[in-house]
Design a protein. Structure first.
Length: 174
């Protein structure tokens, strides 16, 4: 059985609780190889104060080996202080890989146009419009805790359980 490689992007100030229901179940699955990475591979500190050293830097991530990527929330997305992830996300999206974003990470996808023509959710419509000035997907916004459309999974920050459910379904963990 070939395992699916699911990568979790970590950065200083990521919202650790937003992936807390997701990661233990993925880690337990015999179908999944869970991998953590950051931009530079150096230790980071979560919003909850956990010091974490990822396994990889972004340069070590081969998009061809990625089955799915998870983008946890955090104010860094709102502040647009995360640099260096665009190329990887562009490749993964072009390869129709699963991209999951919760809370603040949805503003990143919205700002890059990934949500313009797909059903999606976030913390609120006005939230996306405020933090993603180039967002043009209001007609496709759905006020739910988690929404999946094609290869994109989006979730409200208060929906980490629903987010986990959608990731499990998309990766056939359930």
């Amino acid at each position: 059985m070939t395992k699916k490689n699911i990568y979790i992007f970590l950065f200083n100030g990521f919202s650790d609780w937003e992936i807390s229901y997701l990661t233990p179940e993925l880690q337990k699955s015999e179908k999944i190889e869970l991998k953590y990475f950051s931009i530079d591979g150096k230790s980071i500190k979560s919003m909850g104060g956990m010091n974490i050293t990822p396994e990889f830097s972004i340069d070590q991530v081969d998009s061809n080996q990625v089955s799915a990527i998870i983008l946890p929330g955090g104010t860094a997305w709102e502040n647009k202080s995360i640099n260096g992830i665009d190329g990887l996300i562009e490749k993964l999206h072009a390869q129709n890989k699963v991209i999951g974003a919760i809370c603040g990470a949805t503003t990143y996808l919205a700002g890059k146009g990934y949500l313009d023509n797909l059903n999606h959710t976030s913390n609120a419509l006005f939230y996306l419009q405020n933090f993603a000035k180039d967002y043009n997907g209001a007609d496709n916004y759905i006020n739910e805790l988690a929404v999946t459309d094609t290869n994109l999974i989006t979730a409200n920050g208060i929906g980490p359980i629903e987010f986990a459910r959608e990731v499990f379904k998309k990766n056939r963990i359930t």
